[in-house]
Design a protein around this ligand. Sequence first.
Ligand SMILES: [Zn+2]
Length: 187
Amino acid sequence: MQDLRDNREFVHRVDADDRLCFVNAEWLAFAEENGWHISADKVLGTSIMAHMADVETRHLYRLLMSRARAGVHPVRFEYRCDSPALRRLMEMRIVGQELGQVEFRSRVLRVEPHDAIRMLDVSLPHSRDHCLQICGWCKAVQVQSAWLALEEAVQRLALLADAALPQLSHGICPDCSDRMTQVGGGP
Ligand SMILES: [Zn+2]
């Protein structure tokens, strides 16, 4: 049986102006495994905000970083970071450091294979006409007006027998929006 355990810790750090100032080798390797072809010299010095596709995610990161810098409550949350063939539950911890720096440490809590989810495969062609919103934090997908778990959405969409893969735009579902607004906000 394939051993999917992953004990690596992925670390990146930003300076007081939210610019990436450190990434570890594991972080770079993980990025490569997920199909983002980046190198340390390309990302270091860039604003972390430039790497986030949507306004709500930027807003939440600002909130979480300000809580981490204040250092009052631990900032820790779980999120999903799937590849087409793997379902991964991850944990992120955000810790304030000296000189206004903030460190992000994430690790894999659980990983299991799932049937290849073609929709997540960025190397396949995706339709321009059909766009779905996917939650960047839990991978729920908005189908018509409902937010469905990724696996359920895939099943539902297969019933619609869409030939072309929908394009995915990243956002945040209402549950994660509530959950993330409370992270590190104290009791
Ligand atoms: Zn969500």
